[in-house]
Design a protein around this ligand. Structure first.
Ligand SMILES: Cc1cc2nc3c(=O)[nH]c(=O)nc-3n(C[C@H](O)[C@H](O)[C@H](O)COP(=O)(O)OP(=O)(O)OC[C@H]3O[C@@H](n4cnc5c(N)ncnc54)[C@H](O)[C@@H]3O)c2cc1C
Length: 473
């Protein structure tokens, strides 16, 4: 059986690896990648003595699929946690960096006193947030937007000042359009089980503290669950590539069309090459998969093209420590849309991870664009550098020029799981049932995080193997 995987990002590599893991001699796997390198969005480089992530910098260990893959590839001992000091986030409030109240995790406070004393929220906002403790569960059964959920449970201030920028940093999206169920369903589960989300989070924090793990202090994202590789995210890409036979992997192979030739799938590449296969895994952004499926199944094409994608850019900057007046006592900051600024977040990478920059240097990583600031990607590199430096001067007091910078653009890279996304994915799956030899993988369906992408690649491989067992194409 011949299987072709299209797209050499983490999802495609995981799919090819899962197939190769079976060690079946009757299975021929080919992985086609359009560019000159594998890894897709994952790109780690060296810049002025710093270890720089141009794309993702970490992953959630609570979603086990990437960690399990690393174990099977023999690189799990290279996984490290985020730094244990300064595990907190700041947020821009009225033009200044403001610490999030200690214990405020993603959506809700888990500690009373920091919430009472913070000047981030008004008294009305604090009282409205506390109403979560007494509000009943929602009786509605349909999909709800993340924004509507937060407004309903905690009020508009919590949404505007904290949840929107935190979510904006992760999904590059607009909470009023994103589906809660498809993005962070655990908050929905908390409401269903405990009624109050604050009660649920406090209970979880106490349970974690009793077990001797989990986030007992800090604020912002789930930093206690975030891990990375000591030499950067490229570690997993290299390990996957080393695990695959060389003849399996082809770069500079841009698949431009897909068609059916009897029982086989025919792939045409930009260089005029044709490849016939028994099964195909499209590990591509949804819109690219849609383009290839246009002539095969209109329903699939329409559903896939209806998943919008946001564009982002990441600017890494290396500074001398002495040129940065800010105390750098947090993992970075996020910027609420109501502040109307030109960056959406900034990570202090050399604080968040050990050994990312020489002792007397700092490494910052600023995010630009997202669903609400699509126009920002229209600026050229020089202009984006200028914009970010102006923001860092204003917010962190950095007047000096950076020693080094590296800009990476990710056009249409972040799928937006809008309200109704889970239903759309169900429809896509049922349409796919008509084509057992066709599978989809990647970040557009069941999770945008790296562990989700690994799982989607592995599931696509399993689907193709099942097809063979069932004797269907
Ligand atoms: C800036 C940024 C930061 C992020 N940070 C994090 C993070 O810290 N943690 C986390 O868990 N997630 C993070 N994410 C999300 C995560 O990185 C992505 O969801 C994930 O890498 C997507 O992997 P993928 O394999 O689905 O797609 P991609 O990485 O996009 O790979 C798709 C591949 O397909 C190739 N391709 C496209 N068209 C064709 C064609 N026609 N023929 C052949 N090949 C083709 C592309 O060249 C590419 O290599 C981040 C995303 C971005 C953009």
């Amino acid at each position: 059986m011949k299987v072709v995987v299209v797209g050499g990002g983490i999802a495609g590599l995981s799919a090819a690896h899962r197939l190769a893991e079976t060690k079946r001699h009757d299975l021929e796997v080919t992985l086609l990648e359009r560019t000159d390198r594998f890894g897709g969005t994952i790109r780690t480089i060296e810049l002025g003595g710093c270890l720089v992530e141009l794309g993702p910098d970490s992953f959630l260990s609570s979603k086990p699929w990437l960690t399990q893959l690393a174990e099977r590839l023999g690189v799990a001992d290279r996984i490290i946690a985020t730094a244990t000091t300064h595990r907190r986030s700041h947020v821009v409030h009225r033009g200044k960096l403001h610490p999030l109240p200690d214990g405020f995790l993603m959506m809700a406070p888990t500690r009373l006193w920091p919430m009472v004393t913070t000047s981030l929220f008004s008294w009305t906002g604090k009282i409205r947030c506390a109403l979560d403790l007494v509000l009943p569960r929602s009786r509605a059964t349909g999909d709800e937007s993340l924004g509507a959920f937060v407004r309903r449970r905690f009020g508009g201030e919590v949404l505007e000042r904290v949840v929107q920028p935190l979510i904006g940093g992760i999904y590059a999206g607009d909470p009023d359009r994103l589906s809660l169920k498809a993005t962070i369903p655990r908050f929905l589960e908390m409401e269903t089980r405990y009624r109050s989300v604050i009660r649920a989070m406090v209970a979880q924090r106490r349970a974690a503290a009793r077990r001797g793990g989990g986030p007992t202090a800090g604020s912002g994202a789930r930093y206690g669950e975030l891990v990375t590789f000591d030499h950067g995210m490229k570690t997993i890409v290299q390990a996957l590539m080393e695990s695959l036979p060389e003849e399996t992997m082809r770069t500079h192979s841009d698949v431009v069309s897909l068609s059916r030739e009897g029982d086989l799938w025919r792939l045409a590449c930009g260089d005029g090459q044709h490849i016939d296969a028994d099964a195909v895994i499209l590990a591509l952004p949804a819109r690219k998969a849609a383009d290839l499926l246009r002539g095969i199944e209109t329903g699939l094409h329409d559903e896939l093209s209806a998943i919008p994608h946001a564009s982002t850019a990441v600017l890494n900057l290396v500074y001398r420590r002495s040129d940065v007046p800010h105390p750098m006592d947090c993992f970075g900051f996020v910027v609420p849309a109501v502040e109307e600024r030109d960056i959406i977040a900034c990570t202090f990478s050399s604080v968040k991870f050990p050994n990312r920059a020489p002792e007397d240097h700092v490494l910052l990583r600023a995010f630009i664009g997202g669903a609400r600031q699509r126009h920002m990607l229209g600026f050229d590199d020089g202009e984006l550098n200028r914009i970010v430096r102006a923001e860092l001067k204003d917010l962190m007091g950095i007047e000096a020029a950076p020693l080094h910078t590296a800009l990476a653009r990710y056009p249409d890279a972040m799928p937006q799981y809008l309200v109704g996304h889970s239903r759309r994915v169900e429809r896509i799956e049922s349409l796919l049932d008509r084509y057992p030899g066709l599978a989809l993988a990647g970040n557009a369906y069941g999770g945008v995080g790296l562990p989700d992408c690994v799982r989607s690649g592995e599931q696509a491989a399993e689907r193709v193997l099942e097809m063979e067992e069932n004797g269907s194409r």
